[in-house]
Design a protein around this ligand. Sequence first.
Ligand SMILES: NC(=O)c1ccc[n+]([C@@H]2O[C@H](COP(=O)([O-])OP(=O)(O)OC[C@H]3O[C@@H](n4cnc5c(N)ncnc54)[C@H](O)[C@@H]3O)[C@@H](O)[C@H]2O)c1
Length: 418
Amino acid sequence: MDSGTPRLGILMVGMGAISTTLVAGVAAIERELGKPYGALTQMALLDGAPMSEALQLPKLNQLRFGGWDIADGDAFDAAQRAAVLSPLLLRELEPALREITPMAGIHDPRYLRRAEGRRLKPQTNKFEQAEALREDIRAFRRRHNVDRVVVLWCGSTEVFSSPGPAHQNSRIFETALKQDEPTIAPSMIYAYAALKEKCPFVNATPTLTVDLPVMLELAEANGVPVSGKDLKTGQTLLKTILAPGLKQRMLGIAGWFSMNILGNQDGAVLDDPAAFRAKEESKLSALNHILEPAVYPELYGQLSHQVKINYYPPRGDNKESWDNIDVIGWLGYEMQIKINFLCRDSILAAPLLLDLALLSDAAQRSGRKGVQEWLGFYFKSPQVKQGHPEHDLSVQYRRLQEALREMARQTEKVGVRS
Ligand SMILES: NC(=O)c1ccc[n+]([C@@H]2O[C@H](COP(=O)([O-])OP(=O)(O)OC[C@H]3O[C@@H](n4cnc5c(N)ncnc54)[C@H](O)[C@@H]3O)[C@@H](O)[C@H]2O)c1
């Protein structure tokens, strides 16, 4: 395992609510203004030792943040707009946040209809845009003196799309980039640039992005770990904890109705039916895979699973979700479970981003490449090489631990240069 230089660069595409909550959170924790609840890399033990020591992870003060955004302002402005953290805390962190001004991004209104591109690269050809993004990554490395950089896609959810002919391999994809092929979305251009620069790539959103044959080819060829899709934060997290237990007890489920109200910018984007479709796909798949209605038709064959997200501005980032589960017990008697989760979207997402950045880097240092299925623990639609992903949180956790133990053994063998 090559530990490289201790510093790690984290570049985020889209510096909105979740990204700025990560950056501000790390600054707050360094200043002892808060604790990293929710981050395994900071709080968990691995066989009795702190995970961060067992894996020789960079310390928080060794992280260097940057990113791209198509909206105006620096990270402080964006954090203020997102209104996740208290104004008082943000004021304390203002100097650290003002140091980060996102680089100009690339935008295609066909993929993101509810946002304006205000800070855009001058390049209009997709291949030239990719080259410009690659140069941004190299410049960031030089400026911060970091060898290793992880890229996190935290941009708005793009409209639903499926893999097409242009996404099949790197030769076709590069020709398609040069020809401005319309089925290549901005998120794919960022992913391509990151993989060409050998940066591990994490897709925090339900958008296709890195879940394409061309990206997997590049990840394997360049020795780059990739993972996605869509952070498992609120309602789906609870679903994947609860559903496996109900199934283990062989209780039937007639229906699972889930609704959410959300008032942040993400909620506004998901108000567009085409963007919601990408999210809906990601939210619906988990239950089906956990409950296996084809194997247990009597228990789950009639399951009606519905998910709604309503954009409701007064709530901002403080999402509220309701679940009604119609459970069937002995002799077919009906019962109901109601869950009301008053959560905070970005507060749940930020620690996952931190873990994913640190663990993707550790994976690359230990020679791992391609899809990192063991990171499925963190995602609603875990990316897999082939077949169906595992959704049961306890199984995902076991797989995560197995991979981490193996990486820790490698770390121990090689020792650290820091
Ligand atoms: N908050 C959660 O719990 C959670 C969970 C899972 C997934 N997500 C996903 O994470 C993403 C970010 O969520 P958020 O709450 O931070 O949203 P947000 O709207 O606050 O931030 C998204 C940012 O991305 C920028 N952006 C959009 N397209 C871009 C492009 N092409 N290039 C550069 N920047 C671009 C926007 O200007 C905005 O600043 C969303 O796709 C959301 O669905 C969030």
